[in-house]
Design a protein around this ligand. Sequence first.
Ligand code: PLP
Length: 421
Amino acid sequence: MDHFTYAGGRLHAEDVPLDRIAAEVGTPVYVYSAATLTRHYLQFRKALDWTDHLICFAVKANSNLAVLKLLGDLGAGMDVVSGGEYARARAAGVPGDRIVFSGVGKTADEMRRAIAGGIRQFNVESEPELALLSQVAVAMGATVPIAIRVNPDVDARTHAKIATGKSENKFGIPIAGAPGVYARAAALPGLRVVGIDMHIGSQLTDLDPYRQAYAKMADLCRLLRDQGHAIIRLDMGGGLGIPYRRDNAAPPLPIEYGQVIRDTVGDLGCEIEIEPGRNIVGNAGVLLTSVVYLKRGEGRDFLILDAAMNDLIRPAMYDSHHEIVPVAEPPVGAEVAPVDVVGPVCETGDTFARGVELPALDSGDLVAFRSAGAYGAVMASEYNSRPLVPEVLVAGDRYAVIRPRPSIEEMLARDVVPPWL
Ligand SMILES: *Cc1c(COP(=O)(O)O)cnc(C)c1O
């Protein structure tokens, strides 16, 4: 459920009509709903209310400071994968002891910043990273809590580009080799082993891969404890999918996911961490855009929008589907006809969807891409020198621009022409 619904014939974000935002901020623009963000976060809290836990929002899904502050103020922790994301979480007011640092390529500089600023735990993904983290921590006179990311070799049954839990993926260490790596980690100065980490993929629509992976985690936890490691935290990763199509069977709910965690690792007495990104923010955002032209072609018509693949790359990158809906509610029984929905960028890949059944639309009409709150704005670029897409946050009948659209002059001003040219 989300808070993007028609009222009085216009699509709203909560109580704000989207055509008002389009008129005042311009298009394209991302629009997020604070009530939806809050609702989704609270669903995870309820799903884990049977145990000590921390919900670490995966910052890479949507890293706007306003979104992070909203979630942080509700008590969320953050899962970050770069020094930049760490700085964002801190700037949004999230204390270091609620921040988990993941990622396969942490640099010494990123480690230093996180240790100096405060960190809950590093999720270490390789032996060279263990060695470097130990060195950095010792040099700073610090002892840093770590979990080791293990790769359970489970098929997450999702798109190949977002599956991370198979042995051929670059993430984590093979679970079979984990005891040896834990033993070496425990012997390194500057590190304190506290947990086990897993993240098997994104947009999972089936709980079975989780069940398999978490059962392996439980076995590993018992084995490591037998070997003398004080495992007190389990980081279950993120990845729970969202409904991108209303007509499809809905993916499992957070409450059902929480039950799988309870069934598999609930008896171990560990504090549970989860790292949901998409599930919290995906359906809390739309990309609002205007029709530039309706171009009639031979055998197919093209709806050319002012949003493009540089603003929302998911269809081009992951073949993903976003529902496209007119902002003006079509009258009941309105005729629909198939159109290819495209952007203005000079790439054939700049096609959002083919043969979408839409009512008659023309220049200036507004449409919205649903489910665009996750991996949307964060992946935007200025390709074709299109200024970075702005973002708006709605709460009730209020809204605020939470990232303004740069002017073309501001965009150009970032380049430097050397004096010797
Ligand atoms: C991307 C990522 C997540 C979040 O995945 P979602 O599918 O957005 O929930 C969580 N943890 C790690 C380590 C990630 O890389």
